[in-house]
Design a protein around this ligand. Structure first.
Ligand code: PXG
Length: 462
């Protein structure tokens, strides 16, 4: 294949799938992708449009989107209200910055709205464009907090194994996936990883609640090994998403919170996936009884229609960091971007107006979990875990012993591929399939998802 750009393509109003795939292989570098493997498979699938919970590719095939894009399209595809909000804002004011004592109405109003939605005391909002950037911001906020409190040696952030907090160098360092630390210099210093509350993989003979306490004590052991006087913050997703939808046992979060309080350590809840209804409440922190000092939000904030994220900061932290003399030396060109903010506001209006979050908690979330749980009668399904509209289906040949599948991924990858072939977009994590469909998914679509999954397990592994 030529790596020379093809100028004819620019003038082609509707390039063929083959032309697009070739151009993509030649010029587009994809995240988290083995490009040799991609080339061997003939190139990337081209998604051309979407409506509701369905994607359409360039061959005209329809796929039920079991992942809501990448855990983000909470209101579903094709909501023209968001397109109109973006167009209106672009005509009026497509861009200005928020750096030098300026703001824009839409940005200010979004900050106010987030303060209203977020749990008590989380009233101050710093905007960015991605979850990774917001978590970088958080590192700076918590270190600045301790510096201003006269404890500058508190620089360490305790995160967890199997956590996903993003892909910039600092956020990848917070992330607890070994595969992302396989490049020199990552993790950066002063990031430590405690065990994950991964009962299926590591709980052994313990009950989930016993194991939840053990995993929480693992956080304390990490803090003690570093020295509590050096620890600035603990960061955790209420439910670890990309790590395999690890729903912590109910004993876990109260104990982690108690430990953070005991040592005066700030608690950052990374709500990038859990936020905006995914767990059946507005925030995962509410579902799990967490009272964070900072929340990271992104994805569902705009349902993925625009790149926007935020750190929502508790008054007690903001007073120290932002209400004391001196500038906070940090920010992004697109912090508070007006078009992204306009789209986010319209997205929040739809979530509220249509009672979408309440429906996840009271109706479609429980239905989704019940229907997925019907797969437990399958000899190759070991566990179905989830909350609201996020779930993992764990594949195994050892239901009782829960030993790790060898080689890792050898059960989930063929099932994932069969799901795509059968019209369901999903994602494999170790040997589970993970799901995070649009929050507007119907009962019939849930039934379709579960039935394609069952059929795909049989076809791929039967
Ligand atoms: N925190 C959490 C909890 C996330 O899930 C990020 C931060 C980073 O957000 P940005 O916007 O910088 O990507 C995420 C992102 C996967 C997958 O394979 C998950 C994410 C991103 C990409 C892939 O499951 N989550």
């Amino acid at each position: 294949m030529s790596s020379t750009p093809n100028p004819d393509l620019r003038n082609d109003p509707s390039p063929s799938t083959a032309t697009l795939k070739a151009a993509d292989l030649a010029h587009h570098l994809h995240p988290f992708t083995d490009h040799g493997e991609l080339a061997g498979e003939g190139g990337a699938r081209v998604i051309v449009s979407a409506k509701g919970c369905y994607l359409t590719d360039s061959d005209g095939d329809r796929l039920l989107d079991g992942m809501g894009g990448l855990w983000c399209v909470n209101i579903g595809y094709g909501r023209s209200e968001l397109a109109e909000a973006a167009a209106r804002q672009m005509r009026e004011l497509p861009y200005y910055n928020t750096f030098f004592k300026t703001t824009m109405p839409v940005t200010t109003l979004l900050a106010e709205e987030l303060a209203e939605l977020a749990p008590e005391g989380l009233n101050r909002v710093f905007f960015a464009a991605s979850g990774s950037e917001a978590n970088d911001t958080n590192i700076r906020i918590v270190r600045s907090y301790w510096q201003k409190r006269g404890e500058p040696q508190r620089t360490v952030i305790v995160s967890r194994k199997l956590a996903y907090h993003g892909s910039t160098i600092a956020a990848a360092s917070l992330t607890g996936l070994a595969s992302m630390h396989d490049i020199p210099g990552i993790p950066i210093p002063d990031i430590h990883h405690a065990p994950a509350p991964n009962w299926w993989g590591e709980g052994g003979d313990m009950s989930p609640d016993e194991f939840g306490l053990k995993a929480a004590r693992g956080v304390e052991e990490t803090i003690l090994a570093v020295g509590p006087e050096r620890v600035a913050a603990f960061i955790g997703e209420p439910v670890q998403g990309a790590g395999g939808v690890l729903v912590p046992p109910s004993s876990y979060w109260p104990e982690v919170q108690r430990i953070c309080r005991k040592y005066g350590i700030l608690l950052i809840a990374d709500e990038v996936i859990c936020g905006f209804g995914r767990t059946g409440e507005w925030f995962g922190s509410q579902t799990f009884g967490i009272a964070p000092d900072i929340m990271t939000v992104a994805k569902g904030l705009s349902s993925g229609y625009q790149p926007i994220s935020a750190s929502i900061v508790h008054d007690r932290v903001a007073e120290v960091v932002f209400d004391t003399p001196g500038r906070f030396p940090h920010g992004y060109t697109y912090s508070g971007h007006p078009v992204a903010a306009a789209v986010a506001r319209e997205n929040l209006a739809i979530l509220r107006r249509e009672g979408i979050v309440e429906r996840v908690g009271a109706d479609i979330g429980p239905y989704f979990q019940q229907q997925l749980a019907t797969l437990l009668d399958h000899p190759l399904v070991g566990e179905v875990r989830g909350v609201g509209l996020m779930a993992a289906v764990e594949l195994t040949r050892d239901k009782a012993g829960r030993s790790e599948v060898q080689p890792v991924g050898s059960m989930s990858t063929p099932v994932r591929n069969a799901c795509f072939a059968n019209g369901l977009a999903t994602r494999a994590v170790r040997d589970c399939l993970v799901f995070s469909p649009p929050l507007v998914i119907s009962h019939a679509e849930v039934d379709e998802l579960v039935s394609i999954l069952r059929r795909s397990i049989d076809e791929a592994l039967g």
